[in-house]
Design a binder for this molecule. Structure first.
Ligand code: ADP
Ligand code: GLC
Length: 481
């Protein structure tokens, strides 16, 4: 039996701001329980729902030296679908309306505290992992602390660390002196071969350097981040460590996202009856969102963080043009004010055809995945992307820019071979995107038989976790034979 510990800043069902939570909350359930005991450590945020907070039980507390003070560390535990969770409690750091804030030095302090606390609770709860699996910059210091400070004690000696990059854009970078002061790490660590980068300190870089293996969430992104354009300043380091870097594509929870059993959607459907049944979701959603009710109208869905990463500057460039086509656009998302207001404006200008839902709603997200004909995701970069997988599962064809995980998971339509599970374009160019959307429209309106065959193929592809979970297991076995 191998003990594996995930350390992460979010996980479903406890708290979610993006795909990271889906992955951390779902993947452990697909790791073979006969051979691996996987547990998760995350913060106990005050912003979790009361229901989630009530589901946890208090274990104990202690005080830990951190940032020139003795800081309270509470431990709670919980269980979800057979997976044990530990929660680090400390209201000095985990209070507030959402897990993350905008004050960078405070965020760095928060997650430095979390990294140290997550390791410190292990002897207390008496769980000694063989492998600690870290996720994103918030846990970048875990391998650093593990290899240096904690290595001195018998309990921690020999524990291996994995660093998974879900998004290289965010690294936890701030000036060296402040980070040194916060983390309590000696000056030795703040050189360019360790945490330093262009004069600053970088937590994710530390994690990458001190981890025994590095992964990211698709094969293409694993290659891309070794190039300057996608490397965010770490491409050189990632090239140097390419032997320890692998890309393992994400899956989605096939029980949670299942058009046959989905509790949120108006009409359940499956691969056999989608031709007749899926459209009932579209008309129900049109009614719900006060759109023109017309089952023939081509509906494009967007469920996303509204940020530059997701290609919204391309959409901004051609949205007016697109709205003159025979289309309806349904957006669900929050993010940059500029994009939030852009969609509000278009929903006003094209009332009945554009619906802007500027909030977070699991329920509405499922309804959009089930109702739309196509799903738009023209990302500038995309480590993996889960939304396109959810869309395909509901027979909604993704229109994507072929980058990162979008390239690996969506096969672009090929009219000559009657192949493909979506539509793709290569260059980050608004009119190339528009042309691709229009190809999709044309196929939908003029050749429904071909369209439906594509829906059939998209619903058939298997992006459940079963395949990728095995790849993680192989890595765990290689690290700790
Ligand atoms: P990222 O993690 O970069 O935001 P992913 O595609 O990996 O992108 O994951 C996004 C996840 O967040 C999906 O599960 C998607 O359905 C969900 N999501 C994004 N915005 C919203 C929203 N406003 N309401 C509900 N779910 C959302
Ligand atoms: C990040 C990426 C997204 C990926 C998710 C889960 O948020 O932006 O592409 O799917 O992490 O790995």
């Amino acid at each position: 039996m191998k003990n594996i510990l995930y350390i992460a800043s979010e996980a479903v069902p406890y708290i979610k701001t993006g795909g990271l939570a889906d992955v951390v909350g779902t993947l452990p359930r697909y790791i073979d329980k006969r051979y691996y005991d996987v547990r998760v450590v995350m913060p106990r945020y005050t912003s979790m729902t009361q229901e989630m907070k009530d589901s946890l039980t208090y274990v104990t507390n202690f005080y830990m030296d951190f940032h020139w003070k003795r800081e309270y560390v509470g431990i709670f535990e919980g269980e979800n679908e057979g997976i044990k969770y530990y929660f680090v409690d400390c209201e000095d750091y985990f209070a507030g309306w959402s897990p993350y804030g905008t004050d960078v030095p405070f965020e760095i302090e928060k997650f430095s505290f979390f990294a140290k606390a997550a390791l410190s609770i292990l002897p207390v709860v008496n769980f000694r992992p063989d492998i600690i699996h870290c996720h994103d910059w918030q846990t970048g210091l875990v391998p650093v602390y593990l290899k240096e400070r904690f290595q001195g004690s018998e309990f921690f000696r020999g524990i291996k660390a994995v660093m998974t990059i879900h998004n290289l854009k965010f690294q936890g970078r701030w000036n060296k002196d402040t980070v040194r002061d916060i983390t309590g790490l000696p000056g030795y660590f703040f050189t360019p071969d360790k945490l330093e980068i262009f004069g600053d300190a970088d937590l994710l870089k530390g994690g990458i350097i001190y981890a025994d293996a590095i992964t990211t969430v698709s094969e293409t992104y694993a290659k891309e981040i070794q190039m300057e354009f996608y490397g965010e300043g770490l491409d050189g380091l990632l090239r140097a460590r390419s032997g320890d870097l692998r890309g393992i594509v994400n899956g989605i929870d096939y029980e949670e996202f299942n058009p046959e059993t989905d509790r949120f959607i108006a009409q359940r459907f499956n691969q056999v009856n989608f031709r007749k049944e899926k459209v009932k979701n579209k008309t129900a959603l049109q009614k719900e969102l006060s759109l023109t009710v017309d089952e023939k109208r081509f509906m494009i869905g967007i469920v996303s963080r509204l940020t530059d990463q997701k290609g919204f500057d391309l959409i901004a460039r051609v949205l007016d043009e697109l709205c003159h086509d025979e289309v309806q656009i349904v957006v669900l998302g929050t993010g940059t004010e500029q994009y939030e207001n852009m969609f509000r404006h278009f929903a006003w200008k094209y009332a009945g055809e554009v619906s802007a839902n500027i909030f977070y709603s699991e329920e509405l997200s499922h309804k959009i995945y089930a109702s739309a004909d196509a799903f738009l995701m023209p990302s500038l970069f995309e480590p993996c992307g889960l939304s396109q997988l959810m869309a395909m599962r509901y027979g909604t064809l993704p229109i994507v820019r072929q980058t990162g995980g979008l390239k690996d998971t969506v096969e672009p339509y090929n009219r000559f071979q009657s192949a493909g599970t979506g539509f793709g374009f290569l260059n980050y160019n608004a009119h190339e995107m528009l042309r691709t959307i229009r190809d999709a429209e044309a196929l939908y309106y003029d050749n429904r038989r071909e369209w439906n065959k594509m829906v059939d193929r998209a619903m058939q592809v298997d992006y459940s976790w079963s395949v990728s979970a095995k790849k993680y297991q192989e890595m765990y076995d290689w690290l700790a034979p």
